[in-house]
Design a protein around this ligand. Structure first.
Ligand code: ZN
Length: 356
């Protein structure tokens, strides 16, 4: 029985060598009896004959058996892929121990990489940009401290937020509720969600016991789920059941026909100010736009232009709360939480539907 298993392992190992499978690097090395050299599975050198090959668990075992590490693939060094991952891990440790937010250039320099490559690799390894990762880390620290029952203000400073007010602006976005509420234990709501694709890309629709609580747009399901977790850190998230999935069809039809009214109950969670802004947004008819200062005026707070922009950026219900209909005073598109290209696409769809 044992020989069969060994046979299979060697067979799959040989297959990895033949296909120069980089995923097998670090799993084993192969040694060539005729040359006395041992290699990584992915070595680019010409392949030896199978009959001359021996497999070892690691390079040390091969060296002990009298083989020399290949100069080309350097099985005695860390794989380049692993070296890169190690640098990102190192960067994460630096961020974890730093009490202040770090800028990209500074962080990249600490692990001896260019900011451009560092940013790309960081995203590839962690799934988040360094900025988003730091933000998530701060939110996590804050959650831990708040649950331990510390004073809100202290927790905010300890978590590395620049100032208390800066935090409170972000609190709803990061915690999905205010810090004080969170400290009281928050609402342990159950949220179910569905992920799918529509003409705007990937979407995620989530519902609490009270109604649709998030409609998010993005390019891949995984980051949408991360976004949902960040918005509702205290809720239990579950994949939606069939009746919910059917209701989502109505949301999708609104996403594809942005002027269409939605009849599903909405669970709009936000501060009183945000709710006011979002209500004003819902009064902009499809096919029309308003500027941030228009909205500020409409809610009777003409000075609050920046705060209006903040409330637009904190919108959790894409399209249904049409923050895509808010543009700059000069008509330029300006930002959109789910990407400016998507904003342009939505406005084009609406313009077309007006013509029909
Ligand atoms: Zn080699």
């Amino acid at each position: 029985m044992k020989t069969i298993i060994d046979e299979n392992t060697d067979q799959s190992r040989w297959q990895a060598v033949e296909t120069r499978d980089t995923r097998s690097d670090g799993q084993f090395v192969f040694a060539v009896k005729t040359t006395g050299i041992c290699c990584r599975p992915s070595c680019r050198a010409r392949h030896p004959l199978r009959k001359n090959v021996l497999f070892f668990e690691n390079v040390d075992a091969a060296v002990k058996a009298g083989f020399r590490p290949c100069k080309r693939c350097q099985p005695d060094k860390l794989a380049p892929e692993q070296q890169r991952i190690d640098r990102i891990t190192q960067a994460c440790r630096i961020l974890e121990t730093s009490s202040e937010p770090m800028v990209l250039a500074e962080l990249a320099a600490q692990v001896a990489m260019s900011p451009f490559h560092f940013h790309r690799l960081f995203k590839q390894v962690t799934g988040l940009t360094p900025h988003a990762w730091q933000k998530a880390l701060r939110a996590k620290r804050l959650r831990e401290q708040l649950t331990e029952g510390e004073q809100v203000t202290r927790a905010v400073f300890d978590a590395g937020y620049q100032s208390g007010s800066n935090f409170y602006q972000q609190a709803d976005e990061v915690l999905g509720m205010t810090a004080k509420q969170y400290r009281r234990g928050g609402e342990r709501t159950a949220i179910q969600f569905v992920v799918g694709s529509c003409c705007l890309g990937e979407f995620l629709v989530a519902q609490s016991e009270r109604g649709i609580c998030a409609i998010l747009l993005g390019n891949d399901a995984q980051s949408l789920i991360c976004e949902l977790e960040t918005l509702f850190p205290h809720s239990s998230l579950d994949v939606g059941d069939d009746p919910f999935a059917r209701r989502v069809a109505q949301v999708v039809s609104v996403l594809e026909h942005p002027g269409k009214p939605i009849t599903l109950p909405l669970d709009i969670q936000g501060t009183a100010f945000q709710q006011q802004v979002w209500q004003a947004l819902r009064e902009i008819p499809a096919g029309q736009t308003a500027s941030y200062s228009d909205i500020a005026q409409r809610i009777g707070k003409p000075q609050a232009v920046r705060a209006v922009a903040g409330a637009c950026a904190a919108n959790k219900l894409a399209v249904v709360i049409p923050c895509h209909r808010v543009v700059r005073n000069d008509g330029a598109l300006s930002g959109y939480r789910w990407g400016v290209d998507r904003k342009r696409q939505l406005l084009e769809i609406e313009a077309k539907q007006q013509e029909e």
